[in-house]
Write a protein that binds this ligand. Structure first.
Ligand code: PHE
Ligand code: NA
Length: 453
């Protein structure tokens, strides 16, 4: 009853899912988005709410998502429908499956632009385009890189192509091997930057900025941003984790894997913060600089440190790889839906999805040049893709997931899938039924001004 009858591929090694899910989670969200958002929302208070959201919302949602995927053995649309049907509930709940698939696709449409920044900076590092620049000059380099739509479009197109080629080849091959060396590599590069920061000044300011949790109060908008970022960084409610979970063997512990992925993701984000903010403070830069923050600051560190060019090259290789292992996870839901339910081959699914993706991502890319003033309520198309997904679609999708898992499904389904001892299961249920949904609702209500704290 739990599967579609046809055999479905599963992860190869014992660590297959863990590696792939970590590859999905660790990406631009950790190294590009987390630092710039922390800077924008003023530091510690944002970090604290983000960490609380990871624990209280992210972890229970991720467990439920993986369980849905494994039980339903299909794309989010099929998996959710099968699992609710198994409990005798309406197929209408699969709306949340649709939403997550759409969400992953929307995220990917702007993610390839940011990944394109990483690839273009790798190129600049290799060809000396970043050497000898001051803070102002590096800001100008970032601006110039964006200003030419042909240049920026070249890089985002390259990322789109790379993503679709990898996805077309299938999930297991490549991902597991790639993440195995990418993760340690990324951690080492961040350590190099942290050590450099510790010697070159700015480290204690950075530490205080990130971890003095009581400084200032966070706006309701900032709380929503922190909640949304917890979803974004863990790849939740975007089809990725649920689809990867659909390839998970029956005997793997969902709880243990979830904790492993969440921990790895959080450690990388905090390390990125500790690597970047010393550079910001030592050079008198503005932490609230926005999306260009790491691209304007890190090259300064690479210029100043011994073997900096080498480390810079390695850093942007790792960042680009981390971006790709995330981007492929964002379309996996769409691809598996096209293959399983619509009869596409993997290759044709990848190409047709790729074309649509290219069109939308090109429109997003134009937000940095010719389309800079195609705005609605002050936001560009790029901004809207980010805003709608992170602030609204993902938290809403996560809410749907825990409500289904906690209230809608037959009580035995989650108990079976999670396989926890009674105490831990009761804890999960408490989180899924009350803590996570209330957390999300309180933050929503607050930002909508239904009340104020
Ligand atoms: N978690 C990824 C990152 O931090 C982004 C992502 C979001 C991946 C949604 C998949 C789905 O970069
Ligand atoms: Na992440």
């Amino acid at each position: 009853m739990t599967t579609s009858g046809q055999p479905r591929t599963q992860w190869l090694g014992r660590w297959g899912f863990m590696l792939a899910a970590t590859g999905s989670a660790v990406g631009l969200g950790n190294i590009w988005k987390f630092p710039y958002m922390t800077g924008e929302y003023g530091g510690g208070a944002f970090v604290l709410v983000y960490l609380l959201c990871i624990l209280a919302v992210g972890v229970p949602v991720m467990m439920a998502e993986i369980a849905f995927g494994r039980r339903g053995r299909g794309s989010p649309i099929d998996a959710v429908r099968r699992v609710v049907n198994e409990s005798g509930r309406s197929s209408a709940w699969s709306l949340f499956g649709w939403m997550s698939m759409l969400c992953g696709f929307m995220i990917l449409s702007f993610y390839v632009v940011v990944a394109g920044w990483s690839f273009s900076y790798l190129w600049k590092m290799l060809t000396g385009g970043l050497s000898g620049g001051t803070v102002e000059e590096l800001a100008a380099v970032f601006g110039a890189n964006n200003a030419n739509p042909w240049n920026l479009g070249f890089w985002s197109t390259l990322v789109t192509l790379a993503t679709m080629v990898i996805v077309g080849k299938g999930v297991q091959e490549g991902i597991e091997k790639n993440v195995r060396w990418m993760m340690p590599g990324l951690v080492i590069m961040l350590l190099v930057l942290i050590v450099f920061g510790a010697f070159s000044g700015g480290f204690s300011d950075a530490f205080a900025f990130l971890f003095s949790f009581n400084t200032g109060s966070l706006s309701s908008e900032g709380m929503l941003a922190a909640l949304g970022h917890a979803f974004f960084t863990l790849s939740l409610a975007a089809g990725a984790i649920m689809t990867y979970g659909s390839y998970l063997p029956k005997d793997t512990s969902i709880a243990r894997t979830t904790l492993g992925v969440a921990l790895a993701d959080t450690v990388v984000a905090l390390m990125a913060g500790l690597a970047i903010f010393p550079v910001i403070f030592a050079n008198g830069m503005d932490p609230g600089e926005g999306p260009g923050l790491i691209f304007m600051s890190l090259p300064i560190a690479f210029q100043a440190m011994p073997l900096g060019t080498l480390f810079g090259i390695l850093f942007f290789i790792m960042l680009s790889m981390a971006a790709l292992t995330s981007s492929i996870s964002m379309v996996e839901a769409t691809i598996s839906w096209l293959c399983d339910s619509k009869g596409f081959s993997r290759r044709s699914a990848a190409w047709s999805t790729g074309i649509v993706l290219w069109l939308i991502s090109t429109a997003a890319m134009l937000s940095f040049n010719v389309g800079a003033d195609w705005t609605l309520a002050g936001k560009t198309f790029f901004d809207w893709l980010d805003y709608l997904t992170s602030r609204w679609l993902m938290p809403l999708g996560g809410l749907g997931t825990v409500v289904m898992a906690g209230f809608v499904l037959n009580i035995n389904i989650m108990r079976d899938e999670l396989g926890l001892n009674p105490r831990l299961y009761a804890l999960w249920l408490l989180m899924a039924r009350y803590v996570s949904p209330l957390g999300i609702l309180v933050i929503f209500a607050n930002v909508l001004g239904l009340y104020s704290v």
